[in-house]
Design a protein around this ligand. Structure first.
Ligand code: GCU
Length: 683
């Protein structure tokens, strides 16, 4: 059973509905699929194994269809796809898009998957397999689909010694020691999984980068990974340590304006592209949390990013320069620093630089308002950085479906060019079509048998890819597909489990950081509660910096009277967050410091409502457990039991969070826990 978790959402078990399987078989009795390159071969192999598993059937391969057939190709290799009827649709599909159409020709029905490129074909094949896996009708298809952003990237925070920063699913999947000779079969399954959801890039190493990864010895290894992933349309990128010219180049400086430094990076880029002709480019964390960067030489982020951009530009590479910067120089409010450093540089970056901005201004909290940089740099390409790995969401023991968190950010209105200037419009180039576009997610993948540590954490990898491809999709629709592909097509199972998945993120907000609280996890580790922690060397690493609880109240005053972080948003957004009457409850203590007896919209005091959120959070974990306990008949016993056991951990942890936070904050509020709630279990 060990492979039950390993197979992710690409399971291809025989379809249990016999008549449905029969109707699929007769619709796909023949296959026309000329494949003469590695990408098309990969697509064909996937199709064959998918059909064999799902339908227990292999269609006859023919040159020209004589019966009901699946016809797959590009205009260059397939006369049907080259036909006039598909010209318009193909014109609109770009490089990665595809169409799937049912057409009747000469007394037979064909299902045509067409694309302009082999990658488009690959994505089309995976989509068809998904339709079969989720038991959808395929007889009247008319789909045209293409990604909304160009760069859809997984960031691995993997170190060369195979530890993973903020990784909770074993060690790094990259086996540097055995590379380049040994290609772990896992790399191929990794590539298949990514291609199935449209991910087309991977950054192999941690943003807190080791310069060794840029030495020839490691580049040869990276090239071997690139070769393994290429047939699945995935390009390799590397995190670059800004001081590498000193550490591995023997230079005295890494000053981005120094000619010897520029030449070192240009030569390094040439060397990389000789080994990896389609190398994607660099990801850079500079001048943040002690990492080196251009500011060490009196230069700014644009100087640093542009220097690297010039090195990779001749090879069509890009530079993803991170906006996650903060240090002790902004003692009043860490949330303001990225905006302060980057906003003045708008328009100064090369066209192959994209600034990678986290969804919120602090750090991947269970809930944050959208990052004020979105909308604030109209002349600069911005990409979204999400954290799929659950650093602040209970690691791989808490079931938290992240799609609703991502959607909350994507759908937020920046008002940067009036109402409707949503984050998603900024990201997809709708606000400025000249800019390159992308979305990145910090991977939750490791060597664990089931890849992600928790069977349901796989859903976050899956949802990330689906949303990067098409941010308009709903959390519900994505969960529905994932559950059917990963577990079962049973209506009862899908409906019940989907419901608790959709609720799961709110549960965690409730038992960890309700009403806009944030960063009150234990200061080292970020797992359990630690609102009392105050012993790390930097003020802004300590939870008490964020909740500011005292006898008068709780919350971080970021209003115009406080740190004025609200001033970094467009006026409409600023006013909404700044005014208590307008500020949504979910962000209340993010922006306001309020007395414990402050009267909430509900009529309750702030204290009572805070307590209520903590109790509700725990109750909903228990409710989730009760539903799961009924699902044993739909799931193999291994995954069923594993989820049960993990839910027990989650319930204990949620209870610990509740009891710790309620009792700690009570030392300031001096108000009673309302009698309707059970007493804390952990005094
Ligand atoms: C968080 C995380 C770090 C990481 C950093 C980053 O602060 O805890 O481990 O290095 O984000 O995004 O660079």
């Amino acid at each position: 059973h060990a492979e039950d978790g390993y197979r992710l959402w690409l399971r291809y078990d025989a379809i249990s509905n016999k008549s449905l399987a029969q109707s699929y078989r007769s619709a796909i009795s023949q296959l026309v699929f000329p494949a003469r390159n590695p990408v098309l071969d990969a697509a064909k192999k996937e199709l064959r194994s998918g059909l064999k598993g799902l339908l227990q059937h292999q269609p006859a391969e023919v040159k020209t269809a004589t019966g009901n057939a699946l016809v797959i190709g590009m205009p260059q290799n397939n006369s049907l796809v080259a036909g006039a009827q598909f010209k318009t649709v193909l014109n609109g599909l770009g490089t990665d898009g595809y169409f799937i159409r049912s057409v009747a020709t000469g007394g037979k029905n064909c299902l045509v998957i067409g694309a302009n490129t082999d990658k488009g074909v690959l994505y089309g094949v995976f989509n068809l397999l998904r339709l079969l896996q989720t038991n959808k009708p395929i007889d009247h298809l008319n789909t045209a689909d293409q990604p909304s952003v160009t760069y859809r990237i997984l960031d691995h925070w993997d170190n060369l010694n195979r530890t993973v920063e903020r990784g909770y699913a074993g060690f790094s999947i990259w086996n540097w020691h055995k590379l380049p000779e040994f290609i772990d079969p896992r790399y191929l399954d990794y590539a298949r999984a990514n291609a199935s959801i449209g991910i087309n890039g991977t950054v192999l190493n941690n943003v807190n980068a080791n310069a060794l990864s840029l030495t020839n010895q490691y580049l040869v290894k990276a090239a071997a990974i690139a070769n393994a992933l290429r047939p699945y349309g995935i390009r390799v990128y590397l995190s670059a340590r800004f001081s590498a010219p000193i550490e591995i180049g023997g230079l005295k400086t890494a000053d981005p304006l120094d000619p010897t430094v520029k030449k070192w990076w240009a030569d390094k880029a040439d060397e990389i592209y000789r080994l990896i002709p389609d190398f994607g480019g660099f990801l850079v964390k500079a001048n943040s949390e002690g990492q080196p960067g251009p500011q060490s030489y009196g230069r700014n982020h644009a100087d640093g990013a542009n220097m690297l951009a010039d090195a990779v530009a001749p090879h069509h590479g890009i530079v993803m320069w991170r906006a996650f910067v903060y240090d002790n120089n902004v003692p009043d409010d860490r949330a303001k620093q990225a905006y302060n450093e980057f906003k003045p540089l708008d328009g100064q970056f090369r066209s192959n630089v994209i600034i990678q901005v986290k969804n919120g201004a602090i750090d991947f909290q269970p809930r944050e308002p959208f990052h004020p940089l979105f909308g604030a740099m109209p002349k600069t390409a911005l990409m979204l950085e999400l954290q799929i790995t659950q650093e602040y969401l209970g690691f791989s023991t808490h079931l938290v479906y992240e799609a609703p968190l991502v959607k909350e950010c994507l759908d937020a209105d920046t008002y940067s060019a009036g109402k409707g200037s949503t984050v998603v419009k900024v990201l997809t180039g709708k606000m400025n079509p000249d800019l390159i576009t992308g979305i990145a997610g910090v991977a939750n993948i490791g060597t664990d048998m089931n890849w992600c540590g928790h069977p349901f954490a796989q859903a976050n990898w899956y949802a990330f890819g689906r949303l990067a491809w098409n941010p308009a999709q709903t959390s519900t629709a994505i969960a529905d597909d994932w559950l059917r592909m990963t577990f079962s097509n049973s209506q009862t199972f899908v409906a019940d489990v989907k419901k608790f998945m959709l609720q799961s993120r709110e549960n965690t907000v409730n038992y960890m950081t309700p009403l806009g609280l944030h960063h009150i996890m234990a200061a080292t580790g970020h797992y359990g509660p630690g609102p009392w922690d105050n012993n790390l060397s930097r003020a802004d690493w300590n939870p008490i910096y964020y909740h500011k609880a005292d006898a008068n109240g709780i919350g971080f005053d970021r209003t115009t009277q406080g740190s004025n972080a609200v001033g970094q948003y467009a006026p409409q957004v600023r006013d909404a967050f700044n005014n208590l009457a307008a500020c949504p409850d979910i962000y209340l203590l993010w922006f306001h410091h309020l007395p414990w007896n402050y009267k909430m919209r509900s009529g309750e005091t702030l204290w009572n409502e805070l307590v209520d959120h903590y109790y509700r959070g725990v109750d909903s974990v228990r409710a989730m457990q009760q539903i799961w306990n009924r699902m044993g008949t739909y799931v193999d016993s291994e995954r069923f039991t594993e989820v049960q056991q993990l839910m027990n951990i989650q319930l204990n942890e949620a209870t610990r969070w509740r009891d710790a936070c309620v009792q700690y904050f009570q030392t300031f509020s001096n108000m009673p826990i309302p009698a309707k709630y059970p007493r804390p279990l952990h005094p």
